[in-house]
Design a protein around this ligand. Structure first.
Ligand SMILES: Nc1ncnc2c1ncn2[C@@H]1O[C@H](COP(=O)(O)OP(=O)(O)OP(=O)(O)O)[C@@H](O)[C@H]1O
Length: 248
């Protein structure tokens, strides 16, 4: 099932002096359930801007973006927020956990905005999720007393506790050492596989990008399909386009 379909999507913002700045343009991308997509690109190429569009945090200023068949530019911000809360899980480089709140409280937070059984059973659900990510013994520990890898596990549990169909990971291993980063990626992938969720990962790390099955490069606000080898050398500017991917 198609989750997100972008056709000719762009985003232009107005600078303080009134001039327009086009950050993204002509982006075509389809993400279906179970997909593993990586996006690499230099700093400032528009990666976070694209992730914010895919994750319904912003709306495009040009082109068509459909999320589960809903035209993102036509639905209201309330409906967009509900869709995002229900269907999108974000994992960021800097974990973004609530300080002073236990791991269990952090993971319960998204469930406070859900209804019915999810709301009433939120403590049990959050507890199960923390056990799933290997932190069953740290339920009442606060983030400041957890290691970076453990904090990211809490963040993963929080992002995935509502079983979103789309997981957006923005440099998820950027603050972790290589080994911990690989473990964290494997965990995200495993939990995504259990629910059939799609995973879109933004990364500077070719090894992390290579774990995906579809590879893209953002350059100057334009998205190009790229094979894994091209990604590895993207920083040197030696980019090859895989025609099969480009046509997909
Ligand atoms: N609201 C905004 N107003 C003005 N400029 C913006 C705005 N949002 C993004 N930009 C600019 O657009 C460009 C792309 O930003 P974006 O954050 O998407 O890049 P990125 O590829 O995620 O970069 P990084 O890897 O450094 O996080 C940057 O030059 C940024 O300064």
């Amino acid at each position: 099932m198609t989750l997100v379909e972008a056709r000719g999507v762009g985003r232009t913002v107005e600078l303080p002096d009134g001039r327009p700045l086009t950050i993204l343009s002509g982006v075509d991308l389809t993400v279906a359930e179970g997909d593993r997509v990586s996006i690499v690109g230099r700093s400032g190429s528009g990666k976070s801007t694209l992730l914010n569009l895919l994750g319904l945090l912003d709306a495009p200023t040009e082109g068509a973006l459909a999320f589960l068949g809903h035209d993102v530019r036509r639905i209201g911000s309330g409906a967009r927020d509900r869709l995002r809360g229900r269907e999108v899980g974000f994992v960021f480089q800097q974990f973004n956990l609530l300080p002073g709140r236990t791991a269990l409280e952090n993971v319960q937070t998204p469930l406070l905005y859900s209804g019915g059984m999810e709301f009433w059973r939120r403590e049990r659900i959050a507890r199960d999720m923390l056990e799933r990510v290997g932190l069953g013994e740290r339920l009442t520990t606060k983030p400041e007393r957890l290691s970076g890898g453990e904090q990211q596990r809490v963040a993963i549990a929080r992002a995935l506790v509502r079983k979103p169909r789309l997981i957006l990971a923005d440099e998820p291993t950027g603050a972790l050492d290589l080994e911990t980063g690989a473990e964290v990626m494997a965990l995200i992938e495993a939990v995504a596989a259990e629910t059939g969720a799609a995973l879109v990962t933004i990364t500077h790390d070719p090894a992390i990008a290579a774990r995906s099955s579809r590879h893209f490069l953002l350059r100057g606000g334009r998205l190009e399909a790229a094979d894994a080898a091209a990604e590895a050398s993207a920083d040197e500017g030696a980019v090859g386009i895989d025609p099969a991917e480009a046509a997909a």
